[in-house]
Design a protein around this ligand. Structure first.
Ligand SMILES: CSC[C@H]1O[C@H](OP(=O)(O)O)[C@H](O)[C@@H]1O
Length: 375
């Protein structure tokens, strides 16, 4: 995707020094496009924890580069293992983080310390390039869904509801659910996107709306609680969301509020599709509700809101009553029974073990749990 016509990526190695890592500060978007130059694994860990960088596939890619940064100072076995473990603990729900670090460990453990830095950057680059190709392919496999709806309502926009941000800023490029939307828009299909604001961090109103506006995709920001009403009144043709972890039986962990959208979609017979790259699969888990760790973030995120004043100052203000406590589960789990289907880089399938194994036959044998591989 582009920013103002400039081809862009969400993470890149500095072309001048060849080793520092650049990301956007997503806590400053859409009000300012600020680039952070990361030079130490602790800066990477902070960026992930604070959501300066966020998005399941992207945090995996950035953590991979964070490991490369650490090895520049200490490429020992002990450093390799301890930094991978530290980065793996920054956020618990998105399996992509552990998937990427497991891939890095698999690539680097056999390499002599003296050759590890070059190998680490090569492995991190491979993860990033894999994500770009994967997310582009997700868009291509999702496109027929939009085309089929458009064919049934010629000349009218396909109304798509999406939750959180699953665009190019949440991945290395293209996005997941938004990759489908971009490809439909770029193919000339009239689309309109209902953008859930996605409290508490407003990834929808801040990031998805910014991305869609930059790309000229018609959209409307709505309160998180409006989606069910719109579905009841026939204003939503399809729900398209991303995910942070899909289990072997098709359960879907995603941003808090996704489950409620799935319930409303089910009740109104609106197709509910989930877009994901292979790095979001956790085929060692069979019961998402009981086994996927749900990140509990600071209550402050619920009790406040961040925005820009008329004077252009970005501020955070408390919106909740003084003294009231808050709770902030950052994800929820949508059971497979509420998911119409999964859109992956290999094609579409039903949200079930049989569906996933048809696309990913290599997972027939239960794999070692990814977390164990990363530790
Ligand atoms: C393609 S991003 C997938 C997923 O990640 C987001 O979580 P967060 O904003 O907390 O990093 C959100 O759940 C997206 O659906």
């Amino acid at each position: 995707m582009n920013i103002d016509g400039v081809p862009h990526r969400s993470v890149w190695v500095d072309a001048e020094d060849g080793w520092s890592v650049h990301i956007f500060d997503q806590t400053r978007l859409p009000w300012a496009v600020e680039i952070l130059r990361l030079t130490h694994e602790d800066e990477v860990a902070h960026a992930i924890r604070s959501m300066q960088v966020r998005g399941a596939p992207l945090i995996g890619a950035v953590a991979a580069y964070g490991l490369a940064l650490a090895l520049r100072r200490d490429a020992s076995d002990a450093a390799l293992e301890s930094v991978a473990a530290m980065l793996g603990e920054t956020r618990p729900t998105a399996i992509n983080l552990r998937w990427a670090l497991a891939r890095m460990l698999e690539a680097l453990r056999p390499v002599a310390p003296a050759a590890r830095v070059a190998a680490a950057y090569a492995a991190a680059d491979a993860i990033a390039e894999d994500d770009v190709a994967t997310c582009r392919a997700i868009g291509q496999h999702g496109l027929p869904l939009i085309q089929a709806i458009a064919a049934r309502k010629p000349g009218k926009p396909v109304n798509i509801l999406t939750h959180c941000n699953t665009g190019w800023i949440a991945t290395v490029d293209y996005g997941t659910a938004l990759s489908v939307i971009y490809q439909a828009h770029d193919a000339g299909i009239p689309v309109h996107v209902w953008v859930d604001e996605t409290r508490p961090r407003n990834q929808g109103s801040n990031l998805t709306a910014w991305e869609l506006g930059k790309h000229g995709v018609p959209h409307t920001v709505i309160a998180d609680n409006a989606g069910g009403h719109l579905m009841q009144h026939g204003e939503v043709d399809i729900v398209l969301v991303g995910t942070d972890r899909v289990t072997r039986n098709g359960d879907v962990a995603n941003k808090i509020g996704t489950y409620l959208k799935a319930l409303a979609a089910h009740d109104n017979k609106v197709p509910f599709w989930v877009a994901l790259p292979h790095s979001t699969l956790d085929m060692s888990v069979r019961d998402g509700l009981r086994e996927i760790p749900i990140e509990e973030r600071a209550a402050e995120e619920v009790l406040t809101v961040t925005g820009r004043t008329e004077a252009g100052e970005v501020v955070t203000v408390r919106t909740a009553a003084p003294g009231s406590p808050g709770a902030n589960p950052a994800f929820d789990v949508t059971p497979a029974r509420l998911v119409t289907g999964l859109i992956t880089e290999r094609g579409r399938c039903e949200a079930s073990e049989a569906g996933l194994l048809r696309l990913y036959p290599e997972f027939v044998a239960e794999p070692e749990f990814v977390e164990e591989a990363a530790n």
